[in-house]
Design a protein. Structure first.
Length: 126
């Protein structure tokens, strides 16, 4: 019985010792999001800081105001680093019956912080 008690105490001491190094990191990802609202869903070309160009669709303003659909908006979102960015939005306009050209409709400096989702309202007649 004495051997059993000694073995039990020894095993409890060994189990109580913590071995190895554990590190846990958490926090938000270092990215921000930009989406564009327009009365109708339309294809746009977005240039960020004059170097990155994206072809995305706008999110309908009416749909977003009634019930923001995050999954649908995620497809139409640009992910950028936090900070100030120059954003140029170009939209297609008809020049004739068949031909269309991209014309800049919106040029603005946008400041976004980490994990912020900035919704930029566009106007077609601007």
């Amino acid at each position: 019985m004495k051997k059993f008690i000694v073995a039990l105490c020894a095993s409890l001491l060994l189990v109580a010792c913590k071995t190895g190094v554990y590190s846990v990191t958490s926090g938000k990802a270092d990215e921000a999001m930009i989406s564009f609202l327009l009365d109708d869903e339309e294809s746009i070309q977005v240039t960020v800081d004059g170097k990155d160009t994206y072809e995305i669709k706008t999110v309908r303003t009416q749909d977003w105001r009634k019930k923001p659909n995050i999954k649908k908006t995620a497809k139409n979102t640009i992910y950028v680093k936090p900070g100030q960015h120059t954003v140029v939005v170009s939209m297609r306009e008809k020049d004739g019956y068949y031909s269309t050209t991209m014309k800049s409709k919106y040029e603005h400096k946008v400041f976004v912080s980490a994990q912020e989702h900035k919704m930029v309202q566009l106007h077609k007649n601007k």
